[in-house]
Design a protein around this ligand. Structure first.
Ligand code: RP5
Length: 163
């Protein structure tokens, strides 16, 4: 069976509270995805098998969220030719700066498209994944355009005070 176009992988169950925002955004855009826990450190063989097989299984974009010593996005990128979008988790100890630096500072030759720390990064990773797919899928392009138009329409011109 062919995989859906997007894989959302994360280093731990504890990352799901952030990564579910990527999933919800893809759901809103009607872009199918698989979400899996794949830890670079605790399940390295699962990471290897997933990333080596991802393209052949039919995935087209990988969104990878991890925190702390966040090696998952970079290792996945090292093992697959697919585009990898990295989402740094907002860690407790260093508020995600550790995650950000771990993901963003890739050596030349193995790129990871690194997003913002936390929820904003997860949402934007989903939007970027949809944008990549939209290059060759007019239906996704249309839904993305409509999503952006709804967002624009939802921004009030004037602020309101809380009741
Ligand atoms: C990383 O370690 C995970 O991506 C997670 O953000 C962090 C902490 O994991 P847990 O100890 O909460 O499972 O590998």
């Amino acid at each position: 069976m062919t995989a859906p176009p997007v894989a959302i992988i994360m280093g731990s169950q504890s990352d799901w509270d952030t990564m579910r925002h990527a999933a919800e955004t893809l759901d809103a855009l009607e872009v199918p995805f698989d979400a899996r826990i794949v830890s670079a450190h605790r399940t390295p063989e699962r990471l290897y098998a997933f990333a080596k097989g991802a393209k052949d299984h039919g995935f087209r974009v990988i969104i990878a969220g991890a925190g702390g010593a966040a090696h998952l996005p970079g290792m996945a990128a090292a093992l697959t030719p697919l585009p990898v979008l990295g989402v740094p988790m907002e860690s407790h100890a260093l508020r995600g700066v550790d995650s950000l630096h771990s993901i963003v500072q890739m050596p030349a030759g193995i790129p990871v498209g690194t997003l913002a720390i936390g929820k904003a990064g997860a949402i934007n990773a989903a939007l970027l994944a949809a944008s990549i797919l939209a290059l060759s899928d007019a239906a996704i392009a249309g839904r993305l355009e409509a999503w952006r138009a709804r967002q624009t329409a939802a921004v009030a011109e004037q602020p309101v005070s809380p009741a």
